[in-house]
Structures are given as structure tokens and as C-alpha cells.
Design a protein around this ligand. Sequence first.
Ligand SMILES: *Cc1c(COP(=O)(O)O)cnc(C)c1O
Length: 487
Amino acid sequence: MKIPAKGLGRDELFEKLAAFRAHDMPWRDGRTFAYVYDPGPEAESVIHRAYTMYLGENALDPTVFPSTLVLENDVVSIAAAHLGGDDEVAGSFTSGGTESILLAVKTARDHAREARGIREPELIVPETAHAAFHKAAHYLDMKLVSVPVDPATFKADVTAMREAIGPNTILLVGSAVSYAHGVVDPIRELGALALEKDLLLHVDACIGGFLLPYFRRLGAPVPDFDFQVPGVTSISMDFHKYAFAAKGASVLLHKNKDLRRHQFYACASWSGYTVINSTVQSTKSAGPLAACWAVLHHFGDEGYLELARSMLAATRKIVDGIGAIPGLRLLARPEMNLVAFTSDEVSVFHVIDEMKARGWFVQPQLGFGSSKENIHLSLNRRALDLADDLLRDLGECVVIARKLPPPGGDLSALRGALASLDLEKLDPPMLGHILREAMAATGIAGASLPDRMAAVSEVLNHLPPPLRERLLVEYMNGLFQSRVDGA
Ligand SMILES: *Cc1c(COP(=O)(O)O)cnc(C)c1O
């Protein structure tokens, strides 16, 4: 494709975009249980207007666009107050959880360099911590130590984390809540450990930070996780999850400005404008910030409390309902509205395909550590209305899945081949070969995905995680394909 010789008319152009989107998940019907956080039509129109109003303003330079400073200080203050912080707490608005976490790890690295002279810093995370910590360690060339969790509760094992601490450890991590199982790590114990060992402690409240305080106010038992806990030095919280902001909205908070100083980057060593960045991005639209400010002021505390009330009721109903479906069991008792359940009798991957055929998107989670393969639900604003339909269809899909042959057929040959595979010696041609074999076996051709994904998930579930990573990189590297001369 090339830039069209003549510009298209508006109608034609938007028709094309609409046609592309016709194949995407129609998430506004509430039947998508991951990836999207639907604010509802009224809030959506407020978000659109604020976002487009600030679309062209550049939050790179608050001296030229001082309103972006006002908006950011408002949004960060709201977050600090929401998470038990005081006026010492200092933060930044970021593009998402991954950026907040990357910056938290970079801050800890630079702080440890200055305060302790540490050159080969390590962070310790429970194995349920979000992949973003692994990504941060990868980008920043740091060592990440991943520690098994309690296999019954899926919460961080503080004794095991204590034993993992070494002379180069700089940062401990806990989640509130973990994405996979929706549980809060023992943040009080981790805080005490961090204070004892003079380490920083980051609480990843990306998905839980906004909603947990509301669940607590509604009487749900929510363990302590915020700045009120001694030892907590930073917290990440996404607005683009359960604050229902437009995507591109998160915050990183530090206990004080002495810590936040290490988050900044400045460069005067070139011939252009001096760069002083709080975040990874430099030029950045103020749209996400303005839309975030707008949605917080649109719903207000009362509005969010009502949304939380509905999602808490949905959680209770769906957790009980899943427990009552023969063949299904919860992996953990969720402390928020994120539910993980599995089966010891049928393939959960078949259940996911059957649900998809009925218009539901529920998310597969592959087996890792003590967490066997399972189905994840991030319950949304509409979940209470849809709970009866969801549970009925789930029950019926389990019955259907019982009658299906195991997905992916007989995998004993694959297991045998993998046992003798040396992951260290895998080169791109060999990976390409394995990928083609796997795609042929599971019915994937080129860029088109089969309707049923169970075989793909089943094969991936049997691969060691490092091979999953390398195969999926190989697959994606092929999927994104330029066609300079084609249409
Ligand atoms: C979503 C999430 C993240 C990553 O956030 P992105 O906005 O997707 O970059 C990190 N931690 C937890 C617990 C999350 O749920």
C-alpha cells in the first residue's frame, strides 16, 4: 500500500474504517470479559469530547501548555488521596500500567545506584506479578527473581521472598490485586520485610487500586495495600481499567519527591530543545489526561460507588454460580471482580471456544507454576445484568465440552520432541520449522485464525514458557507484514 494519490472523501474514509472494525469484538454489548472497560454511553460521550478537545495539546511541555500541569496535578492528587497518601506523595500521569511499572523499576534502580552504589540490581517478584516487571527488567537490563506463591491462595509467599533477598536486591513487589487470580498479596508483611532489609516496595495496584477502596466501603474484606502500610514506597494504578478512562491513562505514585527525582530523565547534550521527561514518552497528546480528568469528574465518588456496588454483586453471583456448575472450580477466592476458574474434568479451552460461538469472550490463561490452565473473567459494568445468561451458557458449554475429544489430538509426539529440544540452541530457522509444524497441526494458516482456538491453546499450554515466548514472537513477526506494492 502507498499513500493514496488523492485524498479520500470523509464518507468513504470512515466507511473503510467501519468495515475494518466489523471483524472486531463488539464489546459494547458487555459480553467481552477482558481488554475493555466500557464506561457506558453517557460517560463515553464525555470522554470523547474531552479527549478530542485536548488531542492536539502537547503534554511534553507544561510551560507552553500550563493547563496540562493543572490537569496532571489534579489527577495525581486524586490518586494519592484515593490510596491513603499525604502531601508528600508525588506522582506522574503515564500511558498505562506497563509504563508506570517500567518507571517504578527505573526509579528503584537509579535510587539504589546513588544511595547504595549498586551496579547489578535485582528485583524480587512473586510469580503472579504482571509480565510488565519482566519487561522492565529486560528493557533495563536488570535481574528479576521470580518466587513461587502459596499454591492454595496464589498470594505471595513472604518467607520465600525473604529467602530470595541478596546483597544486590533493591526492590520487592506485591500486587493488589494480581491480574490472574484477583487476590491481594500480603502487603503488610512485605512492607515490614522491606523496612527490615532497607529495600523499596512497589505495590502493583494497576487493576485493583481504583476499585478496592470502593469494595471495602461496601463491606467486602479488603486487605491493606496502600500508602497507609509502612514500607510501601511506590504504587501504580491504572485509570483506564476500573476508573473507565480512555486507554492511555495510568499513574505512578512515590512516597515522596526524593524518590520521584530518580524517575526523571533530562538531556541538554544536543543542539535542540532541552528535554526533561517524567515519562518514557516525550511528545504526548494531552487527550488521555484530559479525558481521565473528565471521567473522574463525570462519575464522581458517588457514581463510582454505584458502579462498584453492581460489580461486587456481580462478582458474588458469578463466583457462587461457577461453584455450582458441575466440573468447574475456582482457582482462588477473588478479592475483587477478577475471577479465575478451571476444570479437572473437561478442557477449559473447549469451553472458551463454545462460549465464543455464543458471542462471549472469556480469556484463556495458560498453566504456569502452581496455577493450572484456566479461564479468566474481568467482570464489567454490565456483568450483573448478564450474569444469569453467562452462567447458563457456561453450564451448557461444559456439558458440550465433555463430549469433545481432547483439543489438539494426541500430543505425546510433541511432548517427546520437546523433551529432547535444547532451548539454548534454538535458532530462527529451527523455530520457524517448529512454528510451521504447530500451525499446520492446529489449523492456522497465515494471518487468518481458526474459529476454534482450543488446539492452539492446548499446544502452547504444553510448551515450556520460554518456548511459548519464542514461538509467539516468531508468529507475530510474521503476522505484521508490509505490502509496499500490494493494495
Ligand atoms: C493491566 C495490568 C498491568 C499492565 O497494564 P497495561 O495498562 O496493560 O500496560 C500491570 N499490572 C496489573 C496487575 C494489571 O492488571
